[in-house]
Design a protein. Structure first.
Length: 363
């Protein structure tokens, strides 16, 4: 099912807003963005290469033969964002140096994230069921949803939205233009930058897993540090970021954490990281910029990670890395070495049988 926006925009107006050239029907009404496999009337898809049409379903009037040229694309009801190198003045096209980026920008124009809060629709303010303590500073156009709770000493910047059931504990600082979805919890003294998105059920600033044993009994180590989330970070649903023992756990600018990710205490995740679902980063890890963790991967505690390091799905990094490494397996090793090892493991049955036959001949 395609999500249609409540309003439409002409092809010409959309191209103007994107700052791009176009060709085709200037009055064509664009109602939604979509993929090539789901183009419908009013749809806008993108294409990085004309050859891509050869392998996807497309609507009547558009060719999907191999070796397609842009001249064969002909649909009066849809539009495509294509590379600027394409020369065509007969079809509904928008030309971009980066079609994917322009398509994302068009999605933000046609499908803006402006979720309405029950009881606040069409107006600013705080829901009547929300609880706000003394000495709380709310910026301009802040919205606080039903059953949300804001503790003392908290500061929230302009245009930030707290949905239903959000809990902000004491002396938290949240920047401008943030969105906290239902049932997010931000614990004491956490610091959240601007344009941060925190999905439902995430917990920021929970205690780290710090204990010591004496005579077989576990004793809790107080976690008195904070969490610092820099600008333009996104935190996925049910993700947990633990506060530091003394100083701070840091998620640096532009990093994106998927759902159900665990970030332990004292960790630093560098700029522009991508961490996939069900991954875990152990305590006191220091990771450089552009870290990529595939799904269900992990990093052992106290490991130093270089810049531009990638761990493929289910890899576990157990020792310090250099820059630009790609690792797989447990323990993590260079991915080509890991793949070779996996290939050998897959042949163990065959090799065992050969050895058994050799031994039987000897006997």
């Amino acid at each position: 099912m395609i999500f249609m926006s409540d309003s439409s925009i002409t092809l010409k107006k959309l191209a103007e807003k994107l700052g791009l050239e176009f060709s085709g029907d200037a009055k064509l009404k664009i109602t939604h963005v979509c993929g090539l496999d789901s183009l419908q009337k009013g749809g806008l898809a993108y294409l990085t290469s004309p050859d891509g049409l050869a392998s996807v379903p497309i609507p009547a009037g558009m060719s999907r033969h191999s070796g397609i040229s842009m001249g064969e694309i002909n649909s009066s009801q849809v539009a495509l964002i294509v590379s600027t190198g394409v020369k065509n003045d007969k079809h509904n096209l928008i030309f971009s140096e980066d079609p994917l980026s322009s398509h994302v920008e068009a999605a933000n124009l046609l499908h803006p994230v402006a979720p309405e809060i029950p009881g606040l629709s069409g107006r600013k303010g705080v829901h009547s069921s929300a609880v706000i303590s003394n000495n709380v500073k709310l910026g301009k156009n802040v919205k606080v949803g039903p059953k949300s709770v804001i503790y003392e000493g908290t500061k929230i910047g302009d245009n930030t939205i707290l949905h239903a059931g959000v809990v902000i504990m004491s002396e938290v600082v949240i920047g401008s233009d943030c969105i906290l979805y239902p049932n997010v919890v931000v614990q004491d003294r956490s610091n959240i930058g601007n344009r941060v998105i925190i999905q439902s059920g995430a917990i920021i600033g929970s205690d780290g897993h710090g204990y010591f044993q004496r005579k077989g009994v576990n004793y809790k180590i107080p976690q008195i540090g904070i969490v610092c989330i820099e600008d333009d970070v996104e935190v996925g649903a049910c993700t947990t970021i633990d506060r530091a023992r003394f100083h701070k756990t840091v998620i640096k600018q532009g990093s994106k954490l998927d759902n159900q990710v665990q970030i332990a205490h004292n960790v630093t995740v560098g700029e522009q990281a991508l961490i996939s679902a069900q991954s875990a980063v152990g305590g006191s890890v220091k990771a450089g910029h552009h870290l990529i963790l595939g799904g269900q991967s992990g990093i052992r505690d106290n490991v130093q990670i270089g810049n531009n390091v990638t761990a493929v799905a289910r890899a576990v990094i157990t020792s310090n890395t250099q820059d630009n490494e790609v690792l797989g397996g447990m323990p993590g090793r260079p991915v080509n070495q890991w793949r070779k090892l996996q290939s050998l493991i897959n042949r163990l049955g065959e090799l065992f049988e050969r050895v058994r036959k050799l031994e039987s001949h000897e006997n």
